[in-house]
Design a protein around this ligand. Sequence first.
Ligand code: NAX
Length: 325
Amino acid sequence: MKKVIITITGAAGNIAYSLIFRILSGNIFPADIKIQINLLDIAESLPILKGVKYEIEDCAFPNLDNIITTDDPGLAFTDSDYILLVGAKPRFKGMQRADLLLDNANIFQKQAKIINECVDKNTKIIVVGNPANTNALIVQYFASNIPSDNITSLMKLDQNRAKSILGNKLNKSVTEVSQLVVWGNHSATQFPDLNHANVSNSNEAILSLDADWVNDVFIPRVQKRGAEIIQHRGKSSAASAASAIYDHLNILINGSNDWESMGIMRDNTYGISNEIFFSFPLKISNSNISIINELAISDESMKYIKDTEKELLTERDIIKDILKN
Ligand code: NAX
């Protein structure tokens, strides 16, 4: 029997409650591959995990091999083919961003050390828990047996949001929108870049857009879409985040014909520091991630790109003492 093991952390949380079922009902893997799903959360959440496990069983997924629920990271990570690091502490009202960074840095440091001991170097790790790009940096540092190319952070939600907002503006399906990527950090400094985007394989519709709409509506709306969801739903994006994680995993495994956005760590492309996880325009095929090089970048775009790089470097500086341990 062919089998893959997928570990999801934060498995009792909101995103996981959509993600697990999306993966098991989806078609990322061929039908003859069975999925073992390892669900990790903290001890206090084990009763919830039991309920989640029962619900998975009740779906009678034909491709499900086995479910492990645990608060033991060693058990959860052992022999995993794909690790989806979703679990993290939420930011409470009044909490400083630096404190959130440090709290979550500790979680990701501990998990990465364990991952380093108990998985194969071909394991693919997707970092979702915020601040996702900087948590990916910590994972890369402490799971040094895993090549950095196998570690990515989630930017697909931002890219999907950008495609959808543009599609709605032009009254076009998202399937008509291509080459629309998001640079930088998963935060309000990210840069959704329309300069290379096409609609129906042409840049005509993009060129017809009013510059005020692009600068004053499109870019800030994509940047702050997470806050807009919280304002309406009273909770952060969960189903759309799960859907984006599904897309990200699918693209890593099966490739994509379009340009993609993921946080990766690479050498000085576009003059960006190689000490951070940064989202670039990417081509992904056969599990190979390559940056689309030599795009013409205007001064105005470069200012956005440098602003989001600056934020990531500041985040890196906040956690730099953890990287010494
Ligand atoms: P929830 O608060 O609903 O769930 C988080 C879960 O993680 C909880 O069950 C908690 O017990 C668990 N957890 C905490 N510490 C843990 C540890 N040490 N080991 C294992 N599990 C642990 O959050 P949810 O809405 O599911 O969001 C999860 C994370 O995704 C958050 O950090 C959130 O900010 C982040 N997001 C990242 C996105 C991205 O694009 N990169 C988008 C969506 C989301 O906001």
